[in-house]
Design a binder for this molecule. Structure first.
Ligand SMILES: NC(=O)c1ccc[n+]([C@@H]2O[C@H](COP(=O)([O-])OP(=O)(O)OC[C@H]3O[C@@H](n4cnc5c(N)ncnc54)[C@H](OP(=O)(O)O)[C@@H]3O)[C@@H](O)[C@H]2O)c1
Length: 280
């Protein structure tokens, strides 16, 4: 499936002109998002293929691996094309496969920022996102080192993840917020109000699990329309998100070059108003 002639939709995030069809790196780790990708050579191939296919927005986190995902991205793509935006996150400790412990201690955040810069081999983190708000710390304290890093030129833009409107408003008092990354897909739309708020505030909205962590889970909702478009479930799920709102940036994850190509081709699918309404 060729992607060479596609007209990708662009979203302007600060100075970056982002292809709204990006890539999420989390699948390129071991089981339980722990350790390195089992087939590292393939993981490198997937990342390079993503960029060659037009992806210029890649999402990762210091906690994926932990650390291995950022190192892998640098090994695959450094020196980076100037238009590539790498978005990372911090705010979790990892103690084992599938184990995630929120940590918003400012000391942890400060160390994470320095670690991400080194592992990604970057002088400036393009987009740094707070992975979770830790109720043990006032968010102003957690974001203190982030504001310092922005002032020091080590972080360009700041985003949040898995937050409600009140939490976004409060964080905005400390630092400008350009993006929100919350769980959202055709099967789970609990954050509609946050999506609407990001539109109103001129922020990007980055749905995580855009494919519901496995597109087959969306089959019953999508099959008929997929058939009509001769498209796959994954492609319709992504096309629906692209149509849902212009500020949505997609980060589908895959460890397969074939799936990557398939996902990129969803940019070519034009859902009609009726299709969109039926899916919605
Ligand atoms: N902010 C947060 O708290 C948070 C939480 C979770 C994830 N994330 C971010 O969101 C990104 C996306 O999440 P995700 O990768 O977990 O879930 P996802 O994108 O919803 O789904 C990924 C799953 O779908 C499969 N898949 C992908 N394309 C496919 C296709 N065309 N056909 C069939 N299967 C396909 C993948 O398997 P194959 O490898 O076989 O293709 C994988 O199992 C992550 O990479 C990460 O960057 C953020």
């Amino acid at each position: 499936m060729s992607t060479a002639n596609q007209n990708f939709d662009i979203y302007e995030l600060g100075d970056f002109r982002i292809n709204r069809l990006g890539y999420g790196g989390m699948q390129l780790t071991g089981k339980g998002v722990w350790g390195d990708a089992p087939d590292r050579a393939n993981a490198i191939k997937v990342l390079r293929k993503a960029v060659a296919s037009g992806v210029n927005f890649i999402d990762t986190a210091d906690s994926y691996g932990p650390h291995t995902n950022e190192t892998l991205i640098a090994d695959a793509l450094h020196p980076y094309p100037s238009e590539l935006l790498i978005a990372t996150k911090a705010g979790f400790d990892r103690t084992g496969p599938n184990q995630w412990r929120v940590n918003g201690d400012p000391n942890h955040i400060r160390e994470s920022i320095e670690g991400s810069l080194k592992r990604l081999k970057k002088e400036v983190i393009d987009l740094w996102q707070l992975h979770r708000i830790d109720p043990r710390f006032p968010v102003e304290e957690t974001l203190g080192p982030v504001a310092d890093a922005v002032k020091a030129g080590k972080i360009r833009y700041v985003g949040l993840s898995e937050v409600d409107v009140e939490q976004i408003r409060r964080a905005q008092q400390t630092i400008p917020i350009v993006s929100v990354q919350n769980l959202y897909n055709l099967g789970n739309r609990q954050w509609e109000n946050v999506l609407d708020f990001t539109v109103q505030e001129g922020m990007a909205f980055i749905p995580w699990y855009p494919l519901a962590s496995g597109p087959d889970k969306l089959k019953s909702k999508i099959s008929a329309i997929a058939e009509k478009h001769s498209a796959t479930i994954a492609q319709i799920a992504l096309a629906w998100l692209l149509r849902r709102s212009d500020n949505i940036l997609l980060i589908p994850g895959t460890s397969s070059v074939t799936h990557l190509e398939e996902n990129m081709a969803s940019a070519d699918i034009q859902l009609s108003g009726d299709d969109f309404a039926a899916l919605s």
